[in-house]
Design a binder for this molecule. Structure first.
Ligand SMILES: Cc1cc2nc3c(=O)[nH]c(=O)nc-3n(C[C@H](O)[C@H](O)[C@H](O)COP(=O)(O)OP(=O)(O)OC[C@H]3O[C@@H](n4cnc5c(N)ncnc54)[C@H](O)[C@@H]3O)c2cc1C
Length: 533
């Protein structure tokens, strides 16, 4: 006999764990949370620098590859996504930024302006710096400062100031522009994922059932009403009923895949793969937006980088001991120690590119560190105009979908990346950081002209892991969900995750997804007559 719940949430990632916590706060409300991956027992999840170890670890990572990218010499782009309790918040780079207020205002969706979302950012946060009008204290998501400064980061920030950019101690404060240290989602130098922040404290609630290694394969419909979920667990096919609704929180790649597998998507695509059409919705899986990134790698004049730490057993041991006893050192650092937000042209009103500054270097993320002292500074474009798609390749839920990013498809995006890299090089040419630079290793001085830069992007550029917008929210024709995140044209089905962003935010996406889920929980509560918390 099928199990029965009030709400079934698919995916225990950034959004799913928030929802599981908030919706199960009412003991009468029975919640089932399904997660395709395992529990978050891998020790590297909890050590900040461990993200490097998890980058390609298929036990906790979907490890997708894109289709050949037309503008990137036909390269397939490796696409990590968390497949574990906490989802991508368990494997991400821990950088905490919210984006710009204008991002949310520009969504032009009733209820989702920055002013209306700010209470949910604040509600989610346990901000080490304390509460004020823009920051929250006492929430489940611990937001910390880097545990100690690093002289390379200090030099980078000073160099940015010398290049004419403001110093910025808080990218989530009054203004985003400028250079500074990153904040990170840690508590006592351990990762604060949504699994540790939101889910773990409520796991014992009698009305919350969490099933791991459970791959949802189909939303079950009665006509156009979602009534439950079919999932695979331990080689068994199980069905669960949802008396109120099914909420999809599988992330911007998996949610459109599951919608399409369930008959909600472009009719021609569904028919091509033998899926019966429940709702012909051409926008499911379309409008994929992501941040494209290119990097400059510098050889350092002094042995002060993580590369150096990893070359010597003694230094590795010291690194381990400093972390174990003092909660300091490279093991406690996020995937962006410092960084900045810049305007590539003075007439722009707000930053259009972002830098992540790292005290290590490698050829490609997830690979071995360079054997020399090295560090990295990158540029990603914050509001790309190129759009891609996610489409099923077959009716088998275990087949990865076809992911097409279409990076650099527009002249605007190519120009912004070019200008961003030139801006970054100007920062790296300032007196404060020059003494630390032995040579530019990548791309190297040979790359100067537009064509040379573009060739470099095509050869090496990649994702910074922020896919969004594949089941857009909005009031217009391209929207898949309405302003309450309900799938238009159907009943009993909602999407709450990065897919619903109408446009990607200008920064790292985890904080915005968590705020979206906090607000969604309130919307769901208010719809069922419960006072929002
Ligand atoms: C390597 C990496 C680094 C990143 N770095 C940063 C960073 O430093 N800062 C930042 O702000 N953001 C970062 N991000 C992005 C950020 O983590 C994501 O935007 C955010 O976590 C997305 O949340 P989500 O809820 O949409 O999806 P996810 O957190 O990915 O959660 C989706 C969950 O659903 C599960 N699932 C999917 N399909 C099914 C199914 N059919 N059945 C059952 N379960 C399913 C998945 O296994 C997963 O656990 C990074 C992401 C990655 C991958």
């Amino acid at each position: 006999m099928a199990e029965t719940y009030d709400t079934i949430i698919v995916g225990a990632g950034s959004a799913g764990c928030v929802l599981a916590n908030r919706l199960s706060a009412d003991p009468r409300h029975r919640v089932l949370l399904l997660e395709a991956g395992p529990r978050d027992t891998d020790p590297w999840i909890h050590i900040p620098l461990g993200y490097g170890k998890l980058f390609k670890k298929s036990s906790v990572n979907w490890s997708y590859w894109s289709e050949p990218e037309p503008q990137l010499n036909g390269r397939k782009i490796f696409t990590p996504r968390g497949k574990v309790l906490g989802g991508s918040s368990s494997i991400n780079g821990l950088v905490y930024t919210r984006g710009q207020p204008e991002d949310f205002d520009d969504w032009e969706t009733p209820g989702w302006s920055f002013g209306e979302l700010l209470p949910y950012f604040r509600k989610s946060e346990d901000q080490a710096r304390g509460a004020d009008a823009l920051h929250g204290r006492g929430g489940p998501l611990s937001v910390s400062d880097q545990n100690e400064p690093h002289e390379l980061c200090d030099a980078f920030i000073e160099a940015a100031v010398q290049a004419g950019h403001p110093r910025n101690p808080d990218f989530n404060g009054e203004r985003q522009e400028g250079a500074g240290y990153q904040q990170l989602t840690t508590r006592n130098a351990r990762r604060c994922s949504t699994a540790t922040g939101y889910l773990r404290p409520v796991m014992r609630r009698a009305n919350l059932t969490v099933v791991t290694e459970a791959l949802a394969s189909k939303v079950l419909f009665e006509g156009t009403r979602a009534i439950g979920i079919r999932y695979l667990n331990d080689a068994k096919v199980i069905e669960a009923n949802a008396q109120r609704e099914v909420v999809l929180s599988g992330g911007a790649i998996n949610t459109p895949q599951l919608l399409q597998l369930s008959g909600v998507g472009p009719a021609a695509l569904l028919r091509e793969h033998g899926v019966a059409v429940v709702l012909d919705q051409p926008h499911v899986g379309e409008h994929l937006q992501d941040h494209f990134q290119a990097r400059i790698v510098l050889k350092c004049t002094r042995p002060i980088t993580v590369n150096d730490d990893m070359q010597s057993l003694w230094r590795m041991a010291r690194m381990g001991l400093r972390y174990a006893f003092l909660r300091k050192g490279p093991l406690a650092v996020s995937a962006g120690y410092a960084g900045g937000f810049w305007r590539t042209r003075p007439e722009l009103k707000r930053p259009d590119v972002q830098t992540h500054f790292l005290t290590f270097s490698l050829d490609r993320m997830g690979e071995k560190l360079h054997p020399f002292s090295g560090f990295t500074a990158s540029i990603c474009q914050l509001r790309p105009t190129s759009r891609g798609s996610v489409r099923i390749r077959s009716a088998d839920p275990r087949d990865p979908p076809a992911i097409r990013y279409n990076y650099l498809a527009t002249e605007h995006d190519r120009r912004t990346m070019l200008e961003g890299m030139r801006l970054l090089r100007r920062i790296l040419d300032q007196p404060a950081i020059r003494p630390y630079i032995a040579a530019e290793y990548l791309p190297g001085a040979r790359v100067q002209s537009d064509d040379e830069w573009l060739a470099y992007f095509r050869e090496t550029g990649s994702t910074i892991y922020h896919p969004t917008c594949t089941a857009k929210m909005g009031t217009g024709a391209g929207a898949v969900v309405d302003s309450h995140l309900r799938v238009k044209g159907l009943a009993g089905l909602r999407v709450v995750d990065a897919s619903v962003m109408p446009a990607v935010v200008s920064g790292n996406t985890n904080a915005a997804v968590i705020a979206i889920a906090e607000k969604a929980a309130d919307l769901i509560d208010s719809e069922r007559g419960r006072r929002p918390s």
